[in-house]
Structure formats: C-alpha cells, structure tokens
Design a protein around this ligand. Structure first.
Ligand SMILES: Cc1cc2nc3c(=O)[nH]c(=O)nc-3n(C[C@H](O)[C@H](O)[C@H](O)COP(=O)(O)OP(=O)(O)OC[C@H]3O[C@@H](n4cnc5c(N)ncnc54)[C@H](O)[C@@H]3O)c2cc1C
Length: 326
C-alpha cells in the first residue's frame, strides 16, 4: 500500500486546474491515510497552494522559476525528477490532459516505471489497487493492477470526484530550487483559440453541435444554452469538416474524449467515431429530427425535433429555473 503520493498540479491562466483537485482525491485513496504531496511549478505559484490544501493536499512542493512558466519536456523533467528523488513517493498521479499525456511517458521512461494512463476509477480489492481504463475508444474497459515498481497513473478529467472544499484546511509549503538548464526548446508565444472560457475536457455540461446545425451562425443558440448552463460548446467532426466551427471543439475518436455530467448532442447522428469521445458522459441528451438516428441508442433522454426550435426553448426554461433558484 502506498503511503506517500506525489501528484503533479497543473495551472491554466495561473489557476490550478480542476483535474489537479481530482488527482489529489485519487492520491488520497492511494495514500491510504498517508501523505499527499502536490508539486506546483511555474513562474509564481505560491498563491495557488491554499486551494490545493483546501482540496486535500497535505503538503505542496513549489518550484518558482520563470523557465517553468510554460511546460517544456526538458524543464519539467529536470524539476520533476529532482522532486521525485527528494520525496521518494510510493505512487505518482498526473491528470490525463494534453500536458499529462505528453509528459507522463517521458517520466515513466526515465524512472523505468510502468504507466497506467487514462484511469477512470480506482478500487481496492484484496488489499490491492485496481485501476480501470477504457480501451477500444471506450467500447470496453480493462482493469489493471501494478505488480512491479510503484503505481504511476494519469487520471481522465471528470471521472474521479474531487474532495469537497474545506476552507479551514491548511498544509505545509516546501519551496525548493532546482537548476533548470539546457532547455532544447522554449515556448515563445501561446496563441489561444477563441473559446467560451470553460475547458471542454473539464466541463460538467457540454452542448455539442453536428452537421445538423447547418452553419457557423447555427452554433449561436448552442452557445446561449451552454452559457446558461455554465458549460462548454463541442462539435462533431461533421460540423468541423463543414467549417461551422474550429477543430479544437471536435469530440470523438480523433478529437477530444469528454465525460461531462450532461452531454447535449444537437443535430449529431451518432457515428461510432463520435460516440468514442462522449459515450461515457453521465447523462446524454440527444436532439435530432430523425427518430432513427443512432445517437438515440445511447441517449438517456431523446428529443425528436428541430434543434432550432428545441434548443432556444431549453435555454429559456433553464434561464427561468436559474432565476427562481437565485
Ligand atoms: C477515421 C475516422 C475518424 C473520425 N473521427 C471522428 C471524431 O473524432 N468525431 C466525430 O464526430 N466524427 C468522426 N468521424 C466522422 C464520423 O464518421 C461522422 O462522419 C461524423 O461524426 C458525422 O457528423 P454529424 O453527426 O455531425 O453529421 P451527420 O452524420 O451528417 O448527422 C447530422 C445529423 O443532424 C440531424 N439534423 C439535421 N438537421 C437537424 C435539425 N434542424 N434539428 C435536429 N437534427 C438535425 C440529422 O438527422 C443527422 O442525424 C471520423 C471518421 C473517420 C473515418
């Protein structure tokens, strides 16, 4: 059983990402009463420690260095491996994010560890941790145990619930200095695609549009619904190929894999490649004119109708409900 777990915290816009709080929750489970240590690195990160403690971290190791402001494999490797050597953890948890997907195999290779990526659940059976991960684009699941070396996992966002925030909780900050040098690449500039501000892979609600949306303009009512629900807008590849929206919104086998609490598919037929990216959503709502559309086979709620009539009605009703509850 593990007793010290090291998790890699990630920042976006200088704020800790939700997946890092979920990683702490996963870490707590693996620590089995032991210590969860979060590593936070960047130019100036100390202000983010408080939140990490409130979500369950026992200690936060911080490395403040302008060379770590953006992720580079060289810089992060030097920093992470220095912390690993110092802390000697019994398990490691990263988020299965763009950064985590790129960085974790490099770390696993350097440490000669196995890596269980894209974990969606952790259970304890016969005093052993069992990690569940989807395979074949979500059509099946495999359960893995670690037989040699320490567990090193990446967790899929939105699957392992973060602990409830406890504002009274505090912890220890361990600042360390690591000499970062010989960076073979540096980031000169990050050009952000326009977005609603809610990260698709971490959104609790996603309103996704397909070719049935018919134009870029047709996405407007979907954005309105997503705004009211505090969610993000996604798309099928059909909609992206037709140039109705940017490819950064694509969900599916060759796009993003998402698991929101609510997925509202509007004018999406439900091709197998699309389902690969969203079929593990907790509640699926489908709006489609065609009652035979495949998306209805996996939907929890199906609305047969014209999305241009149904979506504004939903937006209006949710707006009213929000006004009553606030
Ligand atoms: C290798 C490979 C990888 C792929 N990867 C992906 C992927 O990652 N993601 C992905 O999405 N696809 C992917 N595809 C493409 C996939 O096979 C489908 O072509 C695509 O998902 C279809 O998009 P769609 O459902 O928006 O369009 P369509 O299949 O054309 O469906 C449009 C739907 O809109 C409905 N509709 C039309 N008008 C309205 C209206 N007014 N109101 C309500 N409903 C309406 C129609 O009834 C229809 O069901 C991949 C394909 C291949 C070969």
């Amino acid at each position: 059983m593990a007793n010290k777990v090291l998790i890699l915290a990630e920042l976006r816009d200088q704020q800790v990402r939700n997946v890092s709080f979920e990683a702490i929750a996963a870490g707590k489970k693996l620590a089995a009463g032991g210590e969860v240590v979060a590593l936070l690195m960047g130019d100036s990160v100390k202000s983010q420690c408080e939140k990490m403690f409130q979500y369950g971290a026992d200690r936060v190791v911080i490395i403040e260095d302008e060379k770590l402001e953006n992720y580079t494999p060289d810089g992060y490797s030097q920093a992470f491996l220095a912390v690993y050597d110092k802390e000697k953890p019994h398990a490691i948890v990263f988020g299965h994010t763009a950064l985590g997907k790129d960085f974790s195999p490099k770390v696993a290779n350097k440490l000669k560890l196995g890596l269980i990526s894209d974990v969606i659940a952790i259970e304890e059976e016969n005093r052993e941790f069992v990690y569940t991960r989807p395979i074949y684009s979500g059509k099946a699941f495999e359960k893995k145990v670690v037989k040699e070396g320490i567990p090193f996992i990446t967790i899929r966002p939105n699957n392992i619930e973060a602990l409830s925030k406890d504002e009274s909780r505090t912890g220890e900050i361990t600042p360390i200095t690591v000499e970062i040098n010989n960076l073979r690449t540096t980031i000169k500039e990050i050009v952000r695609k326009a977005s609603d501000g809610v990260d698709l892979s971490e959104a609790n609600v996603i309103v996704a549009g397909g070719r049935g949306v018919k134009s870029a303009e047709g996405f407007k009512p979907l954005h309105e619904l997503a705004n009211v629900l505090g969610g993000a807008v996604g798309a099928s590849r059909g909609a992206c190929d037709a140039d109705y929206c940017d490819y950064s919104l694509q969900i599916g086998q060759t796009g993003k894999v998402v698991t929101p609490d609510i997925y509202i598919a509007c004018g999406i037929s439900g091709a197998i490649q699309h389902l690969a990216g969203m079929s593990n959503s907790k509640i699926i709502v489908a709006i489609n004119k065609d009652p035979e559309a495949n998306i209805f086979n996996i939907a929890d709620y199906g609305i047969v109708g014209d999305l241009f009539e149904v979506v504004p009605l939903l937006t209006e009703e949710f707006r009213k409900l929000k006004a009553i509850s606030s």
